[in-house]
Design a protein around this ligand. Structure first.
Ligand code: NAI
Ligand code: MG
Length: 499
């Protein structure tokens, strides 16, 4: 990122034409935290037991909505990773691989049901540690987590139907490294298919959001999953690198930044480890003049402000047909003024806290870069809480294709806006970034959806909607957005060797 910036970015407070504040005032509706337990510190989960880290080091995680320390996690170093891999190997070669596939499935079904039973607790902890609105963790994250376990539980004893004519065999010990934007959901995307196929795992959650993973470890113990099948180790990048470079791991699955994905790919070159990488994105939403505009505006709000824009497939670029651009942008601004930004645990909150101080600084830096590149900035007038890491939902207009804010992943509540005249121009603009994870098209015409959709170089194309997920749909990217697919039938093949 460039260090030279000429102007200092200051949040603006543009006046809206409408007095939304008086129309849209809600009383606080905080979710209770009485039913959740946050321990003072958490150990590593290895071989079915909670064990102290070999070097005795711990690091803290904060609640990004308050900036205050929430709890501590153990830092796993090489010795701990080795122990976790040995325990996963023992479980793989012992009990787990000898279990009847339908019994493996039963464990996954049990995990899914227990997640549903404890859904509220998981949702609250996810919001406390990561800053996402409780409405999302309650209605999106945790239900999808359970759905993933249910879905892959169903496949456990049907693998020969998934790969007709072949004999699917588990790969072995899988090292799995996940990010902070959907902490428990990314854990589910990794663990559910791996176990369904008969593998064992060593998983590392992200350092800013390890709480639900440790809570999940407690659930794994309660579910009676055989020791060593699931190992959860906490730590930052160095811990992740120890997993990637461990000699007795057969497969690496990673979700995170393209920068780290490239480091991992280089480390694995020349080894026989299999890998799948799910990396960054710079999704475009193409709005045609025949689109249902109000619906599209609602879709845009969801595409970029959902989860504070901490979504790899976020619709972070709006590409709107020139004839309706003014109308769409005005409606978007009006709708933005009604967004409730603040306490993630308040049930009215639409946009919560930025996940960490680091990410807060990154997003603010991009706003400054955008302004220096000549962009015009529009932000909602909403009041922000005094503490914690919050950023107003933001539009950047007057940007061009080569601007860094149009090319690079910002991973925050920031939408760039460009216009187009012809469909070809829209497609060229949408495809012109290093990424290719997801895009969206809004139009009234089905034929246009198929025509444009087939020319967009991304793993996902949503039509007249955005950010819709389902365990049965494969997900993954083109170009620098990654290698391999997760979810659906395709997600199984990442965890089997076919004979
Ligand atoms: P990151 O890629 O550093 O973190 C993701 C995971 O990788 C974490 O568990 C981290 O501990 C681990 N990790 C870090 N360095 C590693 C290494 N050398 N070897 C193995 N594992 C390693 O992402 P970060 O720094 O938190 O965020 C930076 C940017 O990455 C964000 O601004 C965003 O643009 C992007 N990002 C994309 C995500 C996605 O879902 N595609 C998720 C998170 C971040
Ligand atoms: Mg945290």
């Amino acid at each position: 990122m460039s260090e030279t910036t000429e102007t200092t970015y200051k949040p603006t407070s543009p006046n809206s034409k409408l007095d939304f504040a008086s129309v849209w005032e809600y009383d606080p509706a905080p979710e209770s935290t009485d039913h959740v337990e946050v321990k003072e510190k958490y150990e590593l989960f290895i071989d079915g037991k909670f064990v102290k880290p070999s070097k005795g080091r711990y690091f803290s995680t904060t609640n990004p909505a308050t900036g205050k320390k929430l709890t501590e996690f153990a830092e796993a170093t090489q010795k701990d990773i080795d122990k976790a891999v040995k325990s996963a190997r023992k479980a793989f070669e012992g009990e787990w691989s000898e279990l009847a596939p339908k019994t493996r499935g039963k464990y996954l079904f049990r995990i899914a049901r227990m997640l549903q039973e404890r859904a509220r607790e998981f949702a609250v902890l996810e919001s406390m540690d990561g800053g996402k609105p409780i409405r999302e963790s309650r209605d999106v994250d945790i239900p999808l987590v359970a759905a993933h376990f249910f879905y892959y539980a169903g496949w456990a004893d049907k693998l020969e139907y998934a790969f007709p004519g072949k004999t699917p065999e588990p790969i072995g010990v899988c090292g799995q490294i996940i990010p902070w934007n959907f902490p428990l959901l990314m854990l589910a995307w990794k663990i559910a298919p791996a176990l369904a196929c008969g593998n064992t795992v060593v998983l590392k959650p992200a350092e800013t959001t390890s709480l639900t993973a440790m809570k999940f470890a407690e659930l794994v113990k309660d579910a009676g999953v055989p020791d060593g099948v699931i190992n959860i180790v906490t730590g930052a990048g160095q811990t992740g690198a120890e997993i990637v470079n461990h000699k007795d791991i057969d497969k690496i699955a990673f979700t995170g930044s393209t920068r780290v994905g490239k480091i991992i790919q280089q480390s694995l070159a020349g080894t026989d480890k299999r890998y799948s990488l799910e990396l960054g994105g710079k999704g475009a939403m193409i709005i045609f003049e025949d689109a249902p505009i109000d619906q599209a505006v609602e879709g845009i709000i969801n595409a970029i402000f959902f989860n504070q824009g901490h979504v790899c497939c976020a619709g972070s670029r709006l590409i709107v047909q020139e004839s309706v651009a003014d109308k769409v942008v005005q409606k978007l601004k009006d709708r933005m003024q009604t967004l409730v930004v603040g306490d993630p645990l308040d049930k009215n909150t639409d946009v919560g806290a930025i996940n960490s101080e680091n990410q807060f600084n990154t997003v603010n830096k991009y706003l400054e870069i955008g302004i220096n590149e000549g962009a015009d900035i529009y932000q909602c007038d909403c009041e922000l809480p005094a503490d914690g890491y919050f950023i107003r939902p933001t539009l950047l207009t007057n940007v061009s294709q080569s601007n860094r804010v149009v090319q690079e992943e910002i991973f925050g509540p920031v939408l760039t806006i460009q216009t187009f005249r012809t469909a070809d121009e829209a497609i060229t603009k949408a495809n012109n970034t290093p990424y290719g994870l997801a895009n969206g098209v809004w139009t009234d015409k089905g034929s246009k959806i198929f025509k444009i959709g087939s020319k967009l170089r991304s793993g996902v194309v949503w039509a007249n909607t955005y950010n819709k997920f389902d365990p049965t749909s494969p997900f993954g990217g083109y170009k620098e957005s990654g290698v391999g697919r997760e979810g659906g039938l395709q997600g199984l093949s990442a965890y089997v060797n076919l004979k």
